[in-house]
Ligand binder design. Structure first.
Ligand code: GTP
Length: 291
C-alpha cells in the first residue's frame, strides 16, 4: 500500500476536551489540560508516525469571540488550522448547553471532511447520546459521528482507524522521528502555565504568561522562567504569603518537567509585571503569538 499523510485539526469550544483528545490520540502528553476554559493558547502539532502513514494532529485554542489581542491571535491560529486541514475533528461536550455558533461560523467555507466527536459521554446517558447524535446529524450532516470519552479513552481507536482511512495518499510532511513542532522550552513553559491554571482563581491564569529565560541541558536541566502578570496585586497573589504559592507551582511544574524530560530539573522562577500585556501587540509578538 502507498503512504498516507495529512493534517487533522481538532476544533471546538473551550473546555470541550480537545487537548485531552489530542493527547489520547498521540499517546503522549503534548497539550496541557486543566479544568478551566481557554487553557490552550497556541496551535500545537502532535505527529503520529508509522511506516505506512503520518498523521499531523493540530490541537487548537477553544473558539470564542475575541475580546483582546491575545484572543484575536488565538482565533487566527484556529482559522489557519482549518484552512490547512485534510480532516476536521469537531469536539463537542455532550453537556454543552450554550450554542456552538461561533465554532460553526469558523467552519463555514471549509472544504475538508468533518467528523463530529460527542465527548464526555461518561457523564451522560444513552438517551442523551442518541438525541445529540440526531442533533448533529441534522445540523451538519457530517461524514461520521463518534460518541466518545477522551478522558477514559473510549472510542479513541475507532477515531484513529477513521482518521487513517481518511488520510490522502501523500509522502510524509515531516521527518519520521518528528513528534511535534514545539521545542523543550515551549513544553517547560506550558508545564508552569498548567500549574498557574490549576493553583489560582479568577482572572489570574488569563493574565499570566510564562517565558523561559534560561534552559541549560546539563546533567541536571537548569531552567529559569519569568511568570508575567498584568498588575502588582496579581504579582502578590502569584507569590503568596511567604512565597508559599509560588513554591507549590514550582514543585508541581518541576515534577512534570522531570517526568517529561526524564531528567532532574533545577527550576528558578521570577515574577514580573507588564501592564496590560494581553492587549499589546509588541509583547504578544515577543511572546510568540503571531498576528
Ligand atoms: N468527564 C470527562 N471529562 C473530560 C473528558 N475529556 C476532557 N475532560 C475534562 O474537561 C476539561 C477540559 O479538557 P481540555 O482537554 O483541557 O479541553 P480543551 O477543549 O482543550 O480546552 P481549551 O484549552 O479551553 O480549549 C478537563 O478537566 C478534562 O479533564 C471526558 O471524556 N470526560
Amino acid at each position: 500500500m502507498s503512504h498516507r499523510a495529512g493534517f487533522v485539526s481538532i476544533i471546538g469550544k473551550p473546555n470541550a476536551g480537545k487537548s485531552t483528545l489530542m493527547n489520547a490520540l498521540v499517546g503522549e502528553k503534548m497539550s496541557i489540560i486543566t479544568p478551566k476554559a481557554q487553557t490552550t493558547r497556541h496551535r500545537i502539532l502532535g505527529i503520529v508516525n508509522t511506516d505506512d502513514y503520518q498523521i499531523v494532529f493540530s490541537d487548537t485554542p477553544g473558539v470564542i469571540k475575541p475580546h483582546y489581542a491575545l484572543q484575536e491571535s488565538m482565533m487566527h491560529q484556529v482559522s489557519g488550522s482549518i484552512v490547512d486541514a485534510d480532516l476536521i475533528l469537531l469536539v463537542t461536550d455532550i453537556n454543552e448547553t450554550h450554542d456552538e455558533n461561533e465554532v460553526l461560523e469558523k467552519l463555514e467555507g471549509s472544504l475538508a471532511p468533518l467528523a463530529v466527536l460527542i465527548n464526555k459521554i461518561d457523564k451522560s446517558d444513552e438517551e442523551t447520546v442518541k438525541a445529540k447524535v440526531e442533533y448533529w446529524q441534522k445540523k451538519l450532516n457530517p461524514k461520521v459521528i463518534f460518541a466518545i470519552s477522551a478522558l477514559h479513552e473510549h472510542n479513541i481507536k475507532a477515531i484513529m482507524d477513521f482518521v487513517i482511512e481518511s488520510l490522502p495518499e501523500h509522502a510524509a510532511y515531516y521527518e519520521k522521528d518528528f513528534l511535534t513542532d514545539r521545542n523543550d522550552r515551549f513544553f517547560a513553559s506550558e508545564m508552569i502555565r498548567e500549574q498557574v491554571f490549576k493553583q489560582y482563581k479568577k482572572e489570574i491564569p488569563y493574565s499570566t504568561e510564562v517565558i523561559i529565560t534560561e534552559f541549560l541541558e546539563e546533567e541536571i536541566y537548569r531552567i529559569s522562567a519569568e511568570i508575567i502578570v498584568e498588575r502588582d496585586s496579581q504579582k502578590n497573589i502569584i507569590i503568596g504569603k511567604n512565597g508559599e504559592m509560588l513554591k507549590i507551582v514550582g514543585t508541581y511544574a518541576r515534577r512534570s518537567m522531570e517526568e517529561f524530560f526524564q531528567r532532574k530539573v533545577y527550576l528558578q522562577m521570577f515574577v514580573k509585571v507588564i501592564g496590560d500585556w494581553r492587549s499589546k501587540k509588541n509583547y504578544l509578538k515577543k511572546f510568540g503569538y503571531e498576528d
